[in-house]
Design a protein around this ligand. Structure first.
Ligand code: ADP
Length: 482
């Protein structure tokens, strides 16, 4: 099977969140199932710097206002198709916003162009390579199935994966004439959304199948509480909706070989984690003692429950816990956490920023990770934590509920427990879980057995890639005969 992945970000080239980890790791995991993936990525500066000079496979004289080309490149084992379109992607800042953090005002044009090119590739513009199926990730790629449906590839199966329904790509109706879609597309069963144009909505409506990144989140987004206004549409398409939990790249995340660790270790040498713990204490200015060390590695946002965390830090310190927070995001939350660190010197440490290496060290050295999300499509940090013997303490929602086994009596006695779960959205519930964790930490034998159980969990892509391959095959078999 030849699959075109449409990936607005991809690890290790461009990453703002879990989406990049997925698009970076899934192609490799699919190889074993007979799926050859080529990933279309925007030619951001970081991507172009790795590509170097390459021959164009296809050129556009005018793609949404400028010249563009599709280049082929192989980087970090990924078979890439790079959309080189300087007028859209050659700019400083992040993939979606300017250096000051605001969205680029022409994001609709940038990602309509990106999706349009995916549709063109599905329609056969690259000589010698036509995908059997197109897999679009999130709103930035979600117009691809719409371009396919209304353009030159209605018979090519497509999948849209929702990594986070909170990001939908909604724009004013004024942009519609510039999209190059037929007037019929501006309809309730097309791209129209509350009087404007909805990119994710268009994809959910047009794709042959919809997936999201955990079975629980797939059910949650059918409700008004989690549906973000799209629950009606998602329910109407429930027969085509499934949840496939994310895996992690177990090569990149391997405590036995991880170069970011002060000391590598395995389930048999868990005591070596002490050196990493020491290194975390030093980086965060924490006291060196035996009190349980919690960590948080997260975007600092409301979704992630970081306001709840900020409200609970005094209680965490009072309960005897220490806390190391690595994150960035909401300025007010950054300020609140920094103030907490200043107030609880030696007990709470905060690093504002994005630091991939430090995140590995924290997983390898901290005792437990707190993930108090209000909603969490899948979540990756709890998966890394399982693999690193860092006990996940997570809200019971979305992929967190699907991947962590709560240490209740039954799970403890059967040896199945891997972490602690609590009701989302409540500081009291978070604190109850923190206290349970602190109590469990005092029982060394039980703690180690939970660590080992987590480290045994299969968090690789193997099983989930098999599910994607199965989905691809079933959609391809439904393709109408030529
Ligand atoms: P989301 O994609 O919603 O942000 P996920 O848990 O799915 O949440 O993925 C977050 C990814 O980003 C993980 O790989 C996590 O380790 C990483 N991450 C988040 N914040 C930071 C940070 N400040 N420094 C380093 N890595 C981070």
């Amino acid at each position: 099977m030849k699959v075109l992945a449409v990936a607005p970000e991809i690890f290790p080239l461009v990453k703002t969140g879990g989406l990049a980890d997925v698009t970076g790791a899934l192609p490799g995991a699919l190889v074993g199932y007979g799926v050859a993936t080529r990933s279309l990525v925007p030619g951001y500066p970081a991507v172009m710097a790795s590509v170097g000079r390459k021959k164009a496979l296809h050129r556009y004289d005018a793609l949404f206002g400028g010249k563009a080309a599709v280049l082929a490149a192989e980087i970090a084992g990924l078979d890439l198709l790079v959309l080189d379109a300087p007028h859209l992607f050659d700019r400083p800042g992040g993939p979606y916003g300017d250096p000051a953090g605001g969205d680029w005002p022409d994001n609709w044009r940038r990602f309509a162009a990106f999706s349009r090119v995916a549709g063109d590739i599905a329609g056969g513009v690259l000589s010698g390579w036509v995908p059997d199926l197109v897999h679009a990730h999130d709103w930035q790629a979600a117009m691809a199935p719409a371009f396919m449906r209304y353009g030159g590839a209605p018979a090519t199966p497509s999948v849209v994966t929702v990594h986070n329904l909170a990001f939908q790509g909604q724009f004013s109706a004024d942009i519609f004439p510039s999209l190059g879609l037929p007037p019929a597309a501006m309809a309730l069963d097309g791209v129209e959304y509350y009087g404007g144009v909805g990119f994710l909505k268009a994809g959910l409506q047009s794709a042959w199948a919809i997936t999201t990144v955990s079975p629980t989140y797939a059910q949650e987004i059918r409700t008004a509480e989690f549906g973000m206004g799209l629950d009606g549409l998602i329910n109407a398409r429930a027969a085509d909706l499934s949840g496939i939990v994310n895996g992690i790249d177990t090569g990149v995340w391997d405590p036995q070989t991880d170069a970011h660790l002060a000391a590598t270790y395995s389930a048999k040498t868990l005591r070596s984690r002490a050196a990493n713990r020491r290194a975390v204490e030093q980086r965060f200015g924490l006291d060196h003692d035996n009190a349980p060390l919690f960590c948080v590695i997260s975007r600092l946002t409301w979704q992630k429950g970081m306001d709840i965390l900020a409200g609970a830090v005094d209680s965490i310190a009072a309960a005897g816990g220490r806390l190391a927070v690595l994150g960035s995001g909401d300025r007010a939350l950054e300020g609140a956490l920094l103030a907490a660190a200043a107030h609880h010197r030696g007990r709470i440490g905060v690093v504002i920023g994005y630091d991939e290496g430090l995140s590995h060290l924290m997983q390898g050295g901290c005792d437990a990770i707190l993930v108090p999300s209000r909603f969490e499509p899948c979540g990756l940090t709890q998966l890394y934590a399982l693999r690193y013997g860092c006990i996940p303490v997570v809200a019971r929602t979305g992929g967190l509920a699907d991947t962590v086994v709560d240490a209740n009596e039954a799970a403890l006695s059967s040896g199945a427990a891997t972490g602690f779960l609590f009701a989302p959205g409540s500081a009291a519930a978070l604190m109850h879980a923190v206290r349970r964790t602190i109590a469990a930490h005092a029982d060394r034998a039980q703690w180690v057995s939970m660590q080992k159980q987590g480290m045994k969990a299969d968090v690789s892509w193997t099983r989930s890639a098999g599910k994607y391959a199965q989905l691809y095959a079933s959609l391809i078999s439904r393709r109408p005969a030529d």
